[in-house]
Design a protein around this ligand. Structure first.
Ligand SMILES: Cc1cc2nc3c(=O)[nH]c(=O)nc-3n(C[C@H](O)[C@H](O)[C@H](O)COP(=O)(O)O)c2cc1C
Length: 350
C-alpha cells in the first residue's frame, strides 16, 4: 500500500505519505507559539502523520493575517518554537513550517470574530498594487523597491530562524490570495515595473524569495511551495500558468508543489467536492515533472490511498479531517491493513 511507504525528500525520509496541512490557530500573543501549538501540532505527530506543517507563520509583523498569528520575525519566537519541533521529532514525524506574508489580506480579524478587516488596532498593509481584497477591506500600499527588498530579506531571515528552531522542511505560502499569490495573479498585480505584467515579471518575487531562502536553507533539507492552481476567475492565475511555474521550480531548489486553489478573489464559485483539487496536483505532477501534494476534501482512507496509488500526487495533506481526528493516519492504516508504530506509551492499546 503506497500510502504507507516512505517518501524521500533530500536527506529526509517521511515515514508515509500523509501530512498535516498548515492550519492557522489564531492563538498567539506577539507571534509566540505556546502550549496550544505544542499540544495541537504534537498530538497530530502522535497521530501518525509523516509530516506536520505548522500554520502560516508570519515573516514580519505586518505580514500577519491577524494580530494572533504566529511568527518567525524575531529570536524569541524562534526559541519558543523549539519545544514544538523537538516534540514532533520525538514522535518520528518531521516538523515543517509554512512561511507566509498576508499582503493585502493582513490586518484582519480572527474568523470567529468576523474575519473581516480589523477595525481596532489595524496596521498599514502592503501588496503589489493599491487594490483592496474586497470593498470593505484595507487599501494596501503598493510595495516600492525598498519594500520588496525588505520582504525578500524577511523571508530569508525567517528561514534562518526556522532552521535554528528545529524545523526540517519549509513550505512557502504562495496560495490563498496572500502576498506571493497577489504578485502571481494579474487580477491583483497591476504593476508596470519588473514585478508586474508578463508571466516572468509576476513570478519574479517568488523566484527571488526562493533563491534567498535557498541561500540559508541547507541543501539537504526540502523546500516546498504551496500555490493556488487557479483563481477560479477569468483573467486570473490559472492551471496553465501553474504548470509553467512548476516547471521552473526544481531548478530553483524546490522539491514539491502543494496544490491548493482560490483565495484571491472573494465570492467566486468553487466546485467543491471530494478531492476537488486533486486533478490540479495530478496535472502539475504529470506535465511539470515535479512532486506534488494533493489537498482539499480528502477525508477517507481509501480516497487518500487511491490518490497516491494512481500517482496523482506523492503525498496527501489532510486539514479539517485531522482536526476531527488527529489519529486519522493510524485509523487509515488500520482500515487498509497497514500499521504505523504507536508511541511505546500507547502500545497496549494497539
Ligand atoms: C482552521 C484552518 C486553518 C487554515 N490555515 C491555513 C494556513 O495557515 N495556511 C494554508 O495554506 N492553508 C490553511 N488552511 C487551508 C488548509 O490547509 C487546507 O488547504 C484546506 O482546509 C482544504 O483541506 P481540507 O478539506 O482537508 O480541510 C486552513 C484551513 C483550516 C480549516
Amino acid at each position: 500500500m503506497k500510502l504507507f511507504t516512505p517518501f524521500v525528500q533530500r536527506s529526509l525520509t517521511l515515514r508515509n505519505r500523509i501530512a498535516v496541512a498548515p492550519m492557522c490557530q489564531y492563538s498567539a500573543v506577539d507571534g509566540m507559539p505556546d502550549h496550544w501549538h505544542l499540544v495541537h501540532l504534537g498530538s497530530r505527530a502522535v497521530g501518525g502523520a509523516a509530516l506536520v506543517i505548522a500554520e502560516a507563520t508570519a515573516v514580519s509583523a505586518e505580514g500577519r493575517i491577524s494580530p494572533q498569528d504566529v511568527g518567525l520575525w524575531n529570536d524569541a519566537q524562534r526559541d519558543a518554537w523549539r519545544p514544538v519541533t523537538r516534540f514532533i521529532d520525538m514522535q518520528g514525524a518531521i516538523a515543517g513550517v509554512q512561511l507566509a506574508h498576508a499582503g493585502r489580506k493582513a490586518s484582519a480579524q480572527r474568523p470567529w470574530e468576523g474575519g473581516g478587516a480589523l477595525r481596532e488596532g489595524a496596521w498599514t498593509t502592503v501588496a503589489p498594487s493599491a487594490i483592496p481584497f474586497d470593498h470593505d477591506w484595507h487599501t494596501p500600499q503598493a510595495l516600492d523597491d525598498a519594500g520588496l527588498r525588505q520582504v525578500i530579506e524577511d523571508f530569508r531571515r525567517a528561514a534562518e530562524r526556522a532552521l535554528a528552531a528545529g524545523f526540517r522542511l519549509i513550505e512557502l505560502h504562495a496560495a490563498h490570495g496572500y502576498l506571493l499569490h497577489q504578485f502571481l495573479s494579474p487580477l491583483s498585480n497591476h504593476r508596470q515595473d519588473a514585478y508586474g505584467g508578463s508571466f516572468e515579471n509576476r513570478t519574479r518575487l517568488l523566484r527571488e524569495i526562493i533563491a534567498a531562502v535557498r541561500e540559508v536553507w541547507p541543501a539537504e533539507l526540502p523546500l516546498w511551495v504551496r500555490i493556488s492552481a487557479t483563481d477560479w476567475h477569468e483573467g486570473g492565475w490559472d492551471i496553465e500558468q501553474s504548470v509553467r511555474l512548476a516547471r521552473e521550480l526544481p531548478a530553483l531548489g524546490v522539491d514539491l508543489v502543494d496544490v491548493s486553489s482560490g483565495g484571491l478573489v472573494p465570492h467566486v464559485k468553487i466546485p467543491l467536492g471530494p478531492g476537488y483539487q486533486v486533478p490540479f496536483a495530478a496535472r502539475i505532477r504529470r506535465e511539470a515533472g515535479i512532486a506534488t501534494g494533493a489537498v482539499g476534501l480528502i477525508t477517507e482512507a481509501e480516497q487518500a490511498a487511491r490518490i497516491v496509488e494512481q500517482d496523482d500526487a506523492d503525498i496527501v495533506l489532510i486539514a479539517r479531517e485531522s482536526l476531527r481526528d488527529p489519529y486519522f493516519p493510524r485509523r487509515a492504516a488500520q482500515q487498509l491493513g497497514a500499521s504505523i508504530d504507536a508511541p511505546v506509551q500507547y502500545r497496549r492499546a494497539w
